[in-house]
Design a protein around this ligand. Structure first.
Ligand code: GAR
Length: 180
């Protein structure tokens, strides 16, 4: 059984999808915002929560990650830096609402609309020191329709996020567990 920590700053719909798939393997939810919806969702499900609003987020949370094998960023809006990055190299995943390498950074669905793209989607990738630059694990595409609003496009992308994130995590865990 793997120990998964979910880091989130937002509503927590990706956390929900991960929890549906992994249940007791999700051992900890950490947020940099005490008002984040993800915390309420975690508490309702009996998952241990931690809030760390300080500037040195990574250093502060590191001692709490004993027993954690994999970190899943799920709507987490801070950059992951050392020492957390080094301690979990190759074991931090992120879900991003675009088809990377297109539209890294904030509000990627708005960037796609502003660029006049006809398709977008979401990407699960390994986290490195760049902004949404790590190795791509899984992607799903969605169409962009004429007259789409940012909210409609984001909602369409989020349906795919909730579908592929648990699958990507499963694939990573299976790969790591495979006999040599
Ligand atoms: C998701 O759409 C996720 O892809 C995005 O924030 C939303 C969080 O929703 N993440 C980023 O933009 C990271 N750059 P959630 O809190 O309901 O999972």
């Amino acid at each position: 059984m793997a120990g998964i920590a979910v880091l989130g700053s937002g509503a927590g719909t990706n956390f929900e999808a991960l929890w549906e798939e992994f249940r007791e393997e999700v051992v900890l939810v950490i947020s940099d915002r005490r008002d984040a919806g993800v915390l309420e969702k975690a508490r309702e499900r009996g998952v241990r929560v931690l809030v760390e609003e300080g500037r040195d987020f990574g250093t502060q949370i590191l001692p709490h990650l004993e027993g954690v094998d994999l970190i899943c960023l799920a709507g987490f809006m801070k950059l992951v830096r050392e020492p957390l990055l080094g301690a979990f190299r190759g074991r931090i995943l992120n879900i991003h609402p675009s088809l990377l390498p297109d539209f890294p950074g904030l509000r990627a669905w708005e960037q796609a609309l502003e660029a006049g793209a006809t398709r977008s989607g979401c990407t699960v990738h390994l986290v490195d020191s760049g902004i949404d630059t790590g190795e791509v694990i899984w992607q799903a595409e969605v169409p962009i329709f004429k007259g789409d609003t940012p909210a409609r496009l984001h909602a369409r992308i989020q349906v795919e996020e909730r579908r592929i994130y648990p699958r990507a995590v499963r694939a990573i865990l299976d790969k790591k567990r495979a006999p040599k």
